[in-house]
Ligand binder design. Sequence first.
Ligand code: IVH
Length: 715
Amino acid sequence: MPDQSSPSPEIMARVAELREELAQHNHRYYVLDDPVVSDGEYDALYRELAGLEDEYPFLYDPASPTQRVGEKPAKGFTSQRHRMRMYSLDNALNREEWDDFVRRVNDNLAGQGLDEPVSFWADPKLDGLAVEVIYENGALVAAVTRGDGETGEVVTHSMRTVRNLPLKLRGENLPALLEVRGEVVMSRADFAALNQRQEEQGDKVFANPRNAAAGSVRQLDPKIADERPLRFLAYGLGALEWEAGPAWTTQAHVMAGLKELGFTVPPHGRECATADNVHDHFEDLGRLREDLEYEIDGVVAKVNDLALWDELGVTARFPRYAIALKFTALQARTILNDVEFQVGRTGAITPVAILEPVSLAGVTVSRATLHNEDEVRAKDLHLGDTVIVQRAGDVIPEVVEAVVSERGADAVTVVFPTACPSCGTPLQRREGEAAWRCPNPQCPEQMRQAVIFFASKAGLDIRGVGKRRVEQWIDEGLVATPADLFFLSKEQIRGFERMGDKSTENFFNAIHGAKEKASLARLIAALGIDLIGEQTARILGREFADLDELAGLGMEDWRVRKEEDSARAKEQRRLEGIGQEMMESLVAYFASPETRVMLERFKEAELWPTNPDAGKQRDEPGDTPLAGKRVLFTGKLVDMSRDQAKALAEAAGATVASSVSKKLDFLIVGEKPGSKLDKARDLGVQVLQLEEFRALCSGQGNEEPPAQGNLLDMT
Ligand code: IVH
């Protein structure tokens, strides 16, 4: 009979001891690979603990070693924003690209007067699923997939089952908040065994360890993840709040620190004093690759000194302090059956090889890109050729070359068309471009692709309105441009097979819901303008008030804006990611009469997002005393979360640094500040009380911040 009362001190002590011991054995087994008890002994301890916990529900603790497999999440999958964005990595595909990266790092630092030699941390690039695990006061509270880098899926329930992931951090002095990033992986051996079991049970067989890992984590039922041999290998940090924590000033410290806290880190990570050492390590691992426990597709090199991460910063997509050196792709032989010429939404013609299906590193490949005409010519492909195809990581498979010695006598050369396969318009090739394009803005296929893209996830994300549906509407003449979607009546939508009242209603609501939800940035991205991807659209969506303002810019206006922008302090630049070609593409897109008509139709449909904050920061950089300053918080911030404080600082134009250095302008202290305060004082960094910071943000004290002391005293 379960006993709701509090058990005797002896029992409480025994339970604590068992939990401690089991966690320790778990760590030895799964992390250190050095168990000191037999499975039988472990099971006996486990059963004793589970028995006591059953008897005394009062003792429930989610961090207990018995509590790895819990309930399904009640609300299904939910998403959660990362406190700090999870960036992806730029690739270096050969020695030159690695050397280029190193040169960029050195030049960048030299430009800031920092020219000591840079050392690196190099660890294997694991092929799995990126996840962030979050600990508060030492206990695992959440796990979130990388997702799009800003927001991911909450997978806490599955991640708790990952045996080498601590439910509780090890040690006495623990951080208030710790976010650890890493890769969920499955070893080759575990993967093979899992697939064998799946096959025997008539279940799905996975293409590769990465799919198996990702598919297991993203399951609602934690029992499934529990049965899968997943491991979490930690490679970095997100947010960290740790008063009197250790001073981690290098990536090497972080990795050693994560190990001490109980995490498994990727094998073969090492500090490399020089760029050459990194490349040597990369080549060594390339040779070892097939014998490694986990599948890897390269090496990630990170600048070792964390202070330099702040100096180097990030581009729109990648950090400038890290890069992935990728191994050469895996190859296979197959037959080239045909070549299709696809018309994209910007009119570019892409040749696509139709292949006899072949398995490449576990994935079946039946189509591969041939990029453009020059590639087709250079490869001198003939239909029926035996060809070598390759796939590198996530990259679209490509045809490397034809095996000429195996070519039949009657094989016909692949010829590139001179007219658009969709509308017959003669193709054009712009100077300096590899792609042939259909110049006809009314080209049915281009328009079709543009509408499909507009409705897709990368566009306005109109749920349920997929490729097939859009094609039907286009074929029936109901829709020709994205704007037409918003003028579809319910009667028109209902006119299709399998469209009952319910689904008609759903489509209608999805279309109009997406309209209401659309931000300016989203809409710009959805237009699918050549060279204007999601990141660039975001920059534009921040900068401009609405589409009219953006559409009104000629090249000269752009030039002036860019000049103004480059004159600003680095942290305040807003147009850094926008290059010459993008501007040209924007100007050309908005100059076209078809675009003008479409914008008017958007307005008519009330799809007209505006951005009230447009250019705000741009026009008043000097206005708040915090603009352009680097700040850092320490101590407990009364009635304000760290996120709120950060948002406040950023809204005032400041950037939030990650550590105390001479470059810091203000250390903002809450209650019980720790070692950061001492360090700031040593370095002569100005210290602000939280109230002072608040006052500065809210616009009081609109001049320079006080040279010393307390703004409150002045009021
Ligand atoms: S570091 C700024 N280290 O690669 C540093 N990433 O292309 C960002 N990955 O989504 C990541 N192994 O999931 C890092 N040893 C490693 C990695 C690694 C695999 C993945 C990671 C990320 C992707 C970036």
